[in-house]
Design a protein around this ligand. Structure first.
Ligand SMILES: [Zn+2]
Length: 524
């Protein structure tokens, strides 16, 4: 009996899990058996592997072949293990050099003609390989460009099994050249470096704040939201720029760290999307339409695989729900768990597990079903009961987590005529970064980085406002004995203090926080 071991990757949710593929070729009637919790598509790999091996001009062992996949408890699905199974069999049959599979992960589906096809989640597979200490990964040439962003592992591309064999024999370097050791992050043009502003975001996808004229209060609210990580709600009539404003928030957030950026890109790769290389470290914006189903928002399971929903695609970025009361109730209710824990649990036939979903929520809503209930309210034809019903669709537990609630109205004509160029995202992003640095310093050694993450009890006890700030807060508490409301004001006041580099919230910070809490919207 001869043995060989190859390694591949299967997806578990949005993470890759390295699978050990052991192959034994022994005497006996010619047969191929696969053991170790394979699903039908993995079991079929033996037929695809056989055709591909023969198409590559290599000989198939006419003996008993046993393929064992481990860890045994991980469910193996999809055709992504075709390639490691095929090369494992070739080595076990002594058709390829022993030892050629070491430190290498193989990813890819095989066509009957031996051609390699990309499988979904390539980036997640490469990250799993790197985490597990592998130094080389062989991937299908087709669709391999997304692999170029991972440092610390050599990615070798091949078009078919025949080329993989030549690579393992050391006679072919692989196509597309062996990758560089440093990440190519598309900053070569220098476009993203905003001079003194440091790393400005690429403006292509998300748009710049300098495109937004007027709207002084909402612009400021976006800055506060970005600095403190506060969730934000905007209420106003249709067509006045709520979407434009919300789409600017990711551009005000600090760039993702390299590791976070790779995690985010891996999630998008599992969902079959590729993040634009020039905006690779930009926090993502996920903006589903209000007609989207609950599975589209929260995620689903199809064919034994988790399909990330909008909340997971917003991981480490922004989830924007325009016309939020129009979303179906199960989708809105389902947001509570990720808002609380940053995770989304799916229990479905075929797959159980959690997906990452730590996002900043921005919701926009019309003031009433017809949208015209602003200012004096003339022009609104809605019955009071209909207005109440509309507002109540954003349930208390959901709105409870939204610190900033803002009425957005048409900009004043004078604001629109002004020739001053509004501040750019890069300038605001700089202030956000400084404020976040102050928070990180204050919470050093504690499990929080942003004020929005600090439990309110701790905030009240350990970080009270300054004396004159406390006075304004006490006055507010007397008039509005809702403790949760008071806590929200204190949270925002700290962010305002951090934005102006003050040691503790003063009178103006508390007053500013009161202005952002949206009491007049009647949402509490
Ligand atoms: Zn109305």
């Amino acid at each position: 009996m001869t043995l060989a071991t190859a390694h591949g990757v299967v997806l578990d949710g949005v993470r890759g899990v390295v699978v050990r593929v052991e192959v034994a070729v022994s005497d006996g009637l010619p047969s191929v058996g696969v053991v170790g919790l394979p699903d039908a598509s993995v079991t079929e790999a033996r037929w695809r592997a056989r055709c591909a091996v023969e198409a590559s001009g290599r000989s198939w062992p006419n003996r008993r072949v046993t393929v064992s996949l481990s860890p045994a408890e991980v469910r193996k699905h999809g055709a992504g293990l075709d390639l490691p199974i095929a090369v494992g069999i070739l080595v076990a049959a002594s058709a390829l050099p022993a030892g050629s599979l070491e430190s290498t992960i193989f990813v890819g589906e095989l066509g009957l003609d031996g051609r390699l096809r990309p499988s979904r989640g390539l980036l997640a597979a490469i990250l799993a390989a790197r985490r597990a200490g592998f130094t080389r990964v062989v991937v299908p040439d087709e669709g391999a460009c997304e692999a170029d962003v991972v440092p610390g592992i050599t990615v070798v591309r091949a078009v078919d099994l025949s080329q993989v064999c030549r690579i393992l024999e050391g006679v072919d370097p692989g196509c597309g050249a062996v990758r560089s050791e440093v990440r190519t992050d598309g900053r070569g043009s220098g476009e993203r470096d905003g001079g003194e502003g440091g790393h400005a975001h690429a403006v292509s996808e998300i748009g710049d704040l300098s495109d937004v004229r007027g709207h002084a209060l909402p612009r400021w609210a976006l800055e506060v939201a970005a600095a403190g990580g506060h969730h934000l709600a905007m209420v106003g009539p249709p067509g006045i720029g709520k979407t434009l404003l919300a789409s600017r928030l990711p551009g005000l957030l600090p760039d993702l760290s390299d590791d976070s950026a790779l995690d985010v890109a891996a999630i998008h790769s599992v969902a079959g999307r590729r993040r634009p290389p020039d905006a690779f470290t930009e926090p993502p914006l996920s903006a589903p339409h209000h007609s989207a189903s609950a599975p589209a928002i929260l995620g689903s399971v199809s064919g034994g695989r988790a399909v990330p929903g909008a909340v997971t695609l917003a991981h480490r970025g922004v989830l924007f729900l325009d016309e939020a009361p129009e979303f179906c109730r199960p989708a809105l209710e389902g947001l509570r768990q990720p808002l609380e824990s940053g995770l989304l649990t799916l229990h479905r036939t075929g797959w159980n597990g959690t997906l990452p979903a730590r996002f900043q929520l921005v919701i926009a809503a019309n003031p009433c079903p017809c949208g015209q209930r602003t200012g004096s309210g003339t022009g609104c034809s809605c019955a009071p009961a209909a207005v109440r019903r509309y507002a109540s669709r954003l349930s208390g537990p959901l709105l409870d987590r939204v610190d900033i609630r803002l009425a957005v109205d048409r900009p004043h004509p004078a604001e629109l005529e002004s020739t001053d160029l509004p501040e750019s995202s890069a300038v605001v992003q700089d202030r956000v970064r400084s404020a976040r640095a102050r928070m990180a310093h204050r919470y050093e050694g504690l499990p929080w980085q942003l004020t929005s993450e600090v439990p309110t009890g701790d905030l009240r006890r350990r970080w009270p406002p300054g004396p004159d700030g406390a006075e304004v807060l006490r006055d507010f508490e007397r008039r509005s004995p809702n403790l949760r409301g008071v806590d929200r004001v204190l949270r925002m006041a700290w962010t305002l203090a951090d934005l102006r580099a003050a040691p503790a919230p003063g009178r103006d910070d508390v007053a500013g926080a009161l202005a952002l809490r949206g009491a007049h919207l009647g949402w509490s």
